[in-house]
Write a protein that binds this ligand. Structure first.
Ligand SMILES: [Zn+2]
Ligand SMILES: [Zn+2]
Length: 337
């Protein structure tokens, strides 16, 4: 079969002679329909860290069941599915306390094990979710990043009626805006350098969107108090510093973006002087997947408009190079199989 193989920094290739995976008794074989390119795939491509070299990447996907393991119950061939790609150990303290996203031994499809940027993938049946008829395969491939945003808001100290600023309007930022709108944010400000992304942010429900250098406008619009809550969907030194400057005294900062390198932090003392609470969030739980599917089915969420391109597997290496090197306008790019 064909698959996108990650070899390390700046090194991915499309292999055409990969063996079709064998399934274990508790697994199914999924024929992949769409697999999204994630920011973390690009970050791994650029730096060689985050994802493990020597695997097929891809963790945001949808597909059809074409084979069932002997012990699999409740699923049939032809079922349309999406998959929670994380593989918690199910034994550590956090797994036993319903915090599988904090699992000490967390692994995942497409990060530590072979993923879904390939024609077929074997998946544990417990990690499957049925795609309702009203959700397309394309939208279903966006559920994974949507779950990241949904969990981030649920696990933050966000309260109904809070004013918020969302830093970064990539896919996670744009999903976070939609979740915050649903959750009852009184006012949503967005900071994003790319114009087309600011426009999308407004379409997704933001009240105002500004260039980073214009972020002081948010201070004025909140009567010099600052937003109650900042969601940093970028998580680099600049956005974290910006979050500390912007946030209300006594307010909250939730960091979703990951920055893998060391950095110098100017103005850190304002964390103390402003009595700010800062929190990181990572991943999601099975529960969140269920909620995400229900919300997508019942509410007027707009995931489709965030798909800015659909490419073939052959185009992947060149497209990674493009996404890694430019201030591009893509939000979510799907690989079609
Ligand atoms: Zn992802
Ligand atoms: Zn665990």
């Amino acid at each position: 079969m064909k698959g996108v193989y990650f070899n390390g920094k700046k090194d991915i290739l499309v292999k055409t002679d990969l063996p079709k995976p064998n399934i274990k008794d508790d697994e199914v074989l999924v024929k992949v329909k769409y697999c999204g390119i994630c920011g973390s795939d690009i970050e791994s491509y650029k730096t060689g860290v985050l994802e493990t070299p020597g695997i097929i990447i891809g963790h945001e996907f949808s597909g059809e069941i074409i084979e069932l393991g002997e012990n699999v119950r409740g699923w049939k061939i032809g079922d349309q599915v999406t998959v929670n790609p994380s593989l918690p150990c199910e034994e550590c303290y956090w797994c036993l306390h319903s915090k599988e996203n904090m699992c000490k031994w967390l692994s995942a499809l497409g990060t530590t094990y072979d993923g879904a940027m390939a024609e077929f993938i074997n998946v544990k049946s417990q990690r499957l979710f049925k795609i309702p008829d009203s959700i397309s395969y394309k939208e279903a491939a966006l559920l994974e990043p949507f779950c990241v945003a949904l969990y981030a808001v649920e696990d933050s100290h966000f309260k109904i009626g809070d004013s918020v600023a969302v830093l970064g309007a990539g896919s996670i930022g744009l999903f976070t805006i939609q979740v915050l709108k649903l959750a009852g944010a009184s006012e949503i400000f967005v900071i994003e350098p790319v114009e087309s992304k600011r426009k999308l942010a407004l379409e997704m429900g933001a009240d105002n969107a500004f260039l980073p250098k214009k972020s002081s406008k948010i201070n004025r619009l909140t009567k010099k108090i600052g937003p109650d809550h900042i969601f940093d969907c970028v998580g680099n030194p600049n956005t974290i510093m910006n979050a500390m400057q912007l946030v209300k005294r006594g307010g909250f900062i939730t960091i979703i973006g990951i920055y893998p390198e060391a950095f110098e932090m100017k103005g850190f003392m304002s964390l103390v002087l402003k009595s700010v609470s800062m929190k990181g969030v990572f991943g999601y739980t099975q529960d969140i997947w269920q909620k995400a599917i229900k919300l997508l089915e019942k509410k007027n969420l707009n995931l489709k408009n965030l798909i800015t391109n659909t490419i073939s597997i052959e185009e992947v290496p060149e497209y990674f190079e493009f996404l890694a090197n430019s201030e591009h306008e893509d939000i979510k790019v799907l690989v079609e199989f």
